[in-house]
Design a protein. Structure first.
Length: 218
């Protein structure tokens, strides 16, 4: 399953011709699997049922997205993006996270400025299916709760996508923002549904791995 915003961006690229196509960076192949001893750490902060199913039981198993991530990384789930959790980390995936405490956002920003690289999936209207009732604290939030982080990086997020008032480069019709922040980098994608896949080889997961690979090499 590919998120609706990926599909909308792809349609815009096709209709827009070569000029828009130049903005797309999704034509290259996704990075290949690594040997276990060569897999660097990847901190993972998410509200989505990627590590466990909605039952939160050890028997529920991980998701296809987690399986794909584990082909290249040693995935280390964290509960909050604060200095203690990010200590020693170089790469962070925030997949539609819950609202972070103000002090954690300050520490996350400082971590990036010192050289950390983060991929943030910030969906303004999540369509991820859930059996949990609306209002359940364990259900993924219906939209990314921006408590000031994006604005601090010069970005605004709406259902139309991302816009930059600073130095971030916007690509794919507002779907992606790539930002140089101090010594580090942040890539923000205005979608999270595209990683809701049934198989590790799904196209949406190719896009996820490509963006993580891009951050690694910058």
């Amino acid at each position: 399953m590919i998120g609706r915003r990926w599909l909308a961006a792809a349609a815009a690229i096709i209709l827009g011709g070569a000029g828009v196509l130049a903005l797309s960076n999704r034509s290259h192949e996704a990075p290949a699997e690594r040997a276990p001893e060569d897999r660097p750490a990847l901190a993972l902060l998410t509200s989505l049922p990627l590590v466990f199913g909605e039952s939160l039981s050890l028997d529920s198993g991980g998701s296809a997205a987690l399986s794909r991530l584990e082909q290249r990384y040693t995935v280390q789930p964290i509960g909050v993006a604060n200095a203690a959790s990010l200590k020693g980390q170089a790469l962070l995936l925030m997949a539609h996270p819950r609202a972070q405490p103000a002090e954690a956002l300050v520490e996350l920003d400082q971590w990036v400025r010192r050289g950390g690289h983060v991929l943030l999936l910030a969906d303004p209207r999540l369509d991820w299916p859930s059996d949990r009732p609306l209002g359940d604290l364990l259900r993924p939030p219906p939209m990314f709760a921006d408590t000031g982080l994006l604005n601090h990086w010069g970005l605004t997020l709406s259902e139309a996508g991302l816009a930059s008032s600073g130095s971030c480069a916007i690509a794919d019709q507002g779907l992606i923002a790539r930002c140089l922040i101090g010594k580090g980098m942040a890539t923000v994608i205005a979608d999270a549904d595209f990683i809701n896949a049934e198989e590790p080889g799904a196209a949406g997961l190719d896009e996820l791995m490509s963006e993580l690979g891009r951050l690694e090499t910058r």
